[in-house]
Design a binder for this molecule. Structure first.
Ligand SMILES: Nc1ncnc2c1ncn2[C@@H]1O[C@H](COP(=O)(O)OP(=O)(O)O)[C@@H](O)[C@H]1O
Ligand SMILES: [Mg+2]
Length: 197
């Protein structure tokens, strides 16, 4: 798996720091602006159709927040406001977590958004994606998806995350998705933000 872009150095540093607590793909080779990553077995948690299997994966995904709390962010990562300097993934969602047939995590991938900050922000970011991302909303009638996301929200206690952190995540999402969706498709995100403020 070849990854290219301006931010690969930060991605590699973030994954290396995370490797102490969660599985990540091994770096097979690296040059300026590109990195070759090991192809990890397993598939994205979001692809699981069987609710029981999906729920097991969801519990493992929810546990990632706790596993990553306490990992110090590498110096080169951008810092979010606040004093804490924990490693944050900021894109922990069902297509960035690969799982095996038992629902165990085989790798956390795609560390492009990684930053330094308060772990609550990572939990809030996952909460916002699972609850509000238009792609997630579109799958609310899909039993595998529902089992996965409910188990993740419960195991990670994502609904209990401080309102201020969840409001931050809503603003992050509005900014992140502005170029990909028209304003009407994000109205529910603005609604959620108003309720949290
Ligand atoms: N190291 C890897 N091993 C196995 N599959 C991978 C690996 N990296 C990416 N993938 C697959 O490619 C998809 C997209 O990769 P990702 O790194 O998340 O890139 P993007 O920036 O497009 O989201 C993942 O959902 C996964 O299915
Ligand atoms: Mg991805």
């Amino acid at each position: 798996m070849l990854r290219v872009g301006e931010r690969v150095a930060g991605e590699v540093a973030a994954a290396a720091a995370a490797a102490a607590r969660v599985p990540v793909p091994r770096v097979l080779g690296q040059v300026e602006g590109a990195v070759l990553l090991e192809l990890v077995p397993g598939r994205p948690a979001g692809e699981l159709a069987d609710p029981e299997h999906a729920a097991a994966a969801g519990r493992a995904c929810g546990a990632l927040h706790e596993r990553l709390a306490g990992v110090a962010a590498p110096e080169e990562l951008r810092k979010l406001p606040g004093r804490e300097r924990n490693l944050l993934h900021l894109d922990l969602h069902p297509y960035n977590v690969l799982v095996d047939d038992a629902g165990e995590v085989t790798a956390v991938i795609d560390w492009t958004n990684a930053a330094a900050g308060n772990p609550q922000l990572d939990a809030a970011r996952s909460w916002s994606i699972l609850m509000l991302d238009p792609a997630a909303v579109a799958r609310r009638a899909d039993p595998g998806w529902v089992a996965l996301t409910e188990a993740w929200l419960d195991a990670g206690r994502l609904r209990e995350v401080a309102p201020a952190a969840r409001a931050w995540a809503c603003r992050f999402m509005l900014d992140d998705l502005a170029g990909r969706h028209d304003p009407a498709a994000l109205q529910h995100v603005r609604g959620a933000l108003r309720n949290l403020e």
